[in-house]
Write a protein that binds this ligand. Structure first.
Ligand code: PMP
Length: 389
């Protein structure tokens, strides 16, 4: 049969990460690669109770088609949880925040539209934006996020700047208060809309991050949130908070995509989080991830001595960003590391522009502390070998 693919499909690529992760699925590999929340944090009992209650009290509602906007009590709970005045009518429940990125792409990007991203940025966002055929321009970024002075030259006619101010994926870095203020002032001058993706903001270790950008300029921002990292990613529930001018279009795109996110899951989450459950649960995730981060930092300090490897100290989230010594490439190192029993994600696929081939992302949340010790030692051995090669 002579199937003819669309130009859009021709441009789609298998996720570089998924391809890379296939190697890591071998048994006995310690993986720092995937962005998987620790399954130890999933509140299974709370879900079992909520599931039974939803089926007992509201099975017809939970199992029937429903409104595309989302389940009312969940929209209200989301609105009430945010640190700025949000009306529930501005909250669109999505099938993970990944769907939020897809809807934003459909509603805001034409073929050839210029969009701005951080350097590096979340690979899944690049995947969601690319089918709309934008011109993706990367903005210079440092350990505090986008470099505001690099915006003016790039912002002309840009549809938006996509950014992750808290514990970024892949770098783990966060935007400082001063940088947020400067960025908002410059974005307002330039008339540049912002897409703020914040799935990790609640996972802070010592102190909460500064207020979201959306809280300071709600009309100029679309905010994406997620239940994946505070409850469980398998629920596939996230949300968009959008200004009233955009909301109807996002809703229409959502209707076309999947009619609505699963009503059953939405009711379960609404049931689980009522009465302040997250205020008790999220601190346990923070404590666990902080211990894991500390274990990885200690292992790196111990094992990488003299190897010329650099890394950062994220103050929350799930990832740490490292840089190999000059002359080494993370993609080339990966098979050698897998041979030694450890996997990571090379940084290159996260760059919209020219990549820094020496970078790599290490997740500190999925492996146990004992595995972190063994895995970082194995990584150091692979680096030592590669330096000698
Ligand atoms: N944005 C970022 C920055 C992410 O890291 C992720 C998950 N890897 C997502 C969005 C998507 O998350 P979900 O669809 O599970 O809400």
């Amino acid at each position: 049969m002579p199937w003819k693919l669309s130009a859009r499909a021709e441009k789609m690529n298998p996720s570089a990460i998924r391809e890379i992760l296939k190697v890591t699925e071998k048994p006995n590999i310690i993986s720092f690669a995937g962005g998987l929340p620790s399954s130890r944090t999933f509140p299974v009992e709370a879900f079992a109770e909520a599931c039974a209650k939803v089926l007992r009290d509201d099975a017809p509602g939970a199992l029937q088609y429903a409104a595309s906007e989302g389940y009312g009590p969940l929209r209200e709970a989301v609105a009430a949880s945010l640190p700025w005045a949000v009306d529930a009518s501005q909250v669109l429940i999505t099938t993970g925040s990944q769907q939020g990125l897809d809807l934003v792409a459909k509603v805001l990007i034409d073929s050839g539209s210029r969009i701005l991203v951080e350097t590096p940025t979340y690979l899944g966002a690049l995947q969601a934006f690319t089918p709309m055929e934008p011109q993706v321009v990367d903005v210079a970024s440092d350990d505090k996020g986008v470099v505001v002075d690099d915006l003016a030259a790039k912002a002309a006619d840009a549809r938006f700047l996509y950014l992750l101010p808290n514990f970024q994926n892949p770098t783990g870095r966060s935007m400082s208060e001063a940088r947020r203020t400067a960025l908002l002032a410059r974005a307002a001058e330039l008339g540049l809309p912002l897409i703020e993706d914040n799935p990790y903001g609640d996972l802070w270790f010592d102190q909460p991050p500064p207020l979201p950008l959306s809280a300071r300029h709600p009309q100029g921002c679309v905010y994406l949130g997620s239940f994946s990292k505070v409850l469980a990613p398998g629920l596939r529930l996230g949300y968009i908070v959008a200004p009233p001018v955009l909301f109807p279009k996002l809703l229409q795109a959502k209707q076309a995509a999947d009619l609505h996110s699963p009503g059953f899951n939405q009711r379960m989450v609404a049931e689980v989080i009522k009465d302040g459950f997250l205020e008790r649960h999220v601190p346990t995730i923070r404590a666990l991830y902080k211990t894991q981060r500390d274990a990885m930092l200690a292992a790196l300090a111990r094992e990488m001595q003299g190897l010329g490897v650099q890394w950062n100290t994220p103050s929350g989230g799930m990832f740490l960003w490292a840089r190999l010594p000059e002359g080494l490439s993370a993609i080339e190192l990966l098979p050698r590391a897998v041979d030694k029993g450890v996997a990571f994600v090379p940084g290159a696929p996260f760059y919209a522009g020219p990549p820094d081939a020496r970078t790599l992302r290490l997740s500190f949340v999925t492996a146990s502390v004992a595995q972190i010790d063994t895995g970082i030692a194995a990584l150091a051995a692979a680096i030592r070998e590669a330096r000698g090669a």
